[in-house]
Design a binder for this molecule. Structure first.
Ligand code: ADP
Length: 448
């Protein structure tokens, strides 16, 4: 087992990893930018190294600075968390070259899945259903229009380097194609430095259902059931749950098998997520694979009662996995609490938290790095907390979530708590009757 793990991340996930390391008797090193000096991950790690100014490119995304921190602290492994360098194959390669274990898959596996077109091609070969679309990159508007006509509108233009919903445009008719093509390309170029574009059939009124998988170094891959991430805003997840209210035993068997096939086709090592779109007839299509721990992993932890970070570290250290799939024993829902103003188009709301009272009680879990007096910096992702509830049934879980949201108090900044509170009263949400377009028609009531 590792002696000391450096966590190349910040916020709640850095703290989450430190917790598991402590329970496993592994020493921890936090890295932080000057904007995060007062963050809890810095306080709770055994050692902490400042790696630069607030801008992520000069701190959390700087491979030389992180490797220098690894060297001076003598860490023997790096946990990348999610975001930042978690899916950066070059970083994983540098770790490998220096004899430091990157807790995640190999650089080759990250590369195969990081580029969405390559990933789709790999899935087609493995016999996993994918969304119909262009055969690889589309070179220009003319070719794009021909392909779109062939597959039929609506189509979705996507960036091969895509992530976080960026570089994606839905096109409903040919006359709008060129405009959407240009803006998708521009966004892809500025977000990823890569304006490679491909086209997919736009699956109408789909659900986003993903499967958690884990693979060991000996070729074994199992699944840990699904997470439903259909409640999204601008292609970004707001709430996740397991089981999916849309799931049947038959569908779980089929999708689970496809997810394992996806992982096995590249001998996947580590925890990963295979994302699918599911249409109303329960046809499912591979969308992409994330080769890291995900924000919403606690949902799975709560329903199958397993510490996924611990499993991830064990697999990285060479332990074999148990070899069976895992199925939900409970219902769990996670609400992402963002420092955003839901009444003002979810505008970011950084600043000082004057008052903080965490939701508590049976079946309630809060993963967060913030506290009263903490200043939410404006430089990073706006997610400041995850509220996870679990109960025997979905209905009880929603009731618990309402109660937990009511007692979760964050003062001084705006948060998405009022949005989630109203979501829990929405009849369509309660009935499990929704698709990824849910937020297009959701009307938030302003307080009197
Ligand atoms: P990213 O990596 O940027 O998050 P994804 O490929 O995971 O992008 O897609 C994010 C979301 O965009 C999906 O959850 C879904 O809501 C929507 N989406 C992506 N592709 C399609 C498609 N072909 N049809 C319908 N919706 C799609």
């Amino acid at each position: 087992m590792f002696n000391k793990i450096l966590i190349a991340n910040r916020g709640e996930i850095a703290l989450r990893i430190i917790r598991t390391c402590k329970e496993m008797d592994i020493l921890t090193v936090a890295v932080y930018s000057t904007a995060d000096k007062e963050s809890l991950h810095v306080r709770f790690a055994d050692e902490a190294v400042c790696i630069g100014p607030p801008a992520s490119t000069d701190s959390y995304l700087s491979i030389p600075k992180i490797m220098a921190a690894v060297e001076i602290t003598n860490a023997d492994a790096v946990h990348p968390g999610y975001g930042f360098l978690a899916e950066n194959a070059d970083f994983a390669e540098v770790c490998q070259q220096y004899g430091i274990k990157f807790i995640g898959p190999t650089p080759g596996m990250i590369r195969k899945m990081g580029d969405k077109i390559t990933a789709k091609e790999t899935m087609i070969k493995a016999g996993v259903p994918v969304v119909p679309g262009s055969d690889g990159l589309v070179k220009d508007v003319i070719q794009g229009k021909i392909i779109s006509k062939e597959i039929g509108y609506p189509v979705i233009i996507k960036a091969t380097a895509g992530g976080g919903g960026k570089g994606m445009r839905i096109v409903t008719e040919e006359s709008k194609f060129e405009e959407m093509w240009d803006s998708a390309r521009r966004e892809a170029k500025s977000s990823f430095g890569n304006d490679g574009i491909y086209i997919e059939k736009y699956v109408v009124e789909p659900r986003h259902i993903e499967f958690q998988i884990i693979g060991d170094q000996y070729g074994k891959v199992v699944h840990l059931s699904e997470r439903d991430c259909t409640i999204q805003r601008r292609h970004q997840k707001l709430l996740e749950e397991c089981p999916s209210p849309f799931m049947t035993e038959e569908l779980r068997t089929k999708m689970g098998e496809a997810a394992i096939k996806a992982g096995s086709s590249i001998n996947y090592e580590g925890v990963g997520t295979v994302e699918f779109l599911v249409d109303k007839y329960r046809n499912f299509y591979f969308m992409e694979m994330n080769t890291r721990i995900q924000v919403e992993h606690p949902v799975t932890e709560e329903v199958i009662d397993l510490d996924l970070i611990k499993e991830q570290i064990k697999v990285a250290a060479g332990d074999p996995i148990s070899g069976h799939n895992y199925f939900p024993q409970m219902h769990a829902i996670e609400c992402r609490i963002n420092a955003e103003d839901p009444y003002n188009n979810f505008r970011p709301s950084p600043g000082k938290i004057n008052g903080f009272h965490s939701a508590k009680g049976h079946g309630v879990r809060v993963d967060t790095h913030v506290y009263a007096g903490y200043v939410v910096p404006p430089y990073y992702d706006s997610m400041i907390s995850k509220l996870i509830c679990r109960a025997q049934t979905r209905e009880e879980c929603i009731t618990k979530m309402r109660r937990a949201l009511d007692e979760f108090i964050i003062e001084g900044i705006h948060t998405t708590i009022p949005f989630h509170r109203q979501l829990m009263e929405n009849q369509d949400f309660i009935d499990g009757n929704f698709n990824t377009g849910f937020m297009d028609t959701f009307v938030l009531k302003k307080p009197e």
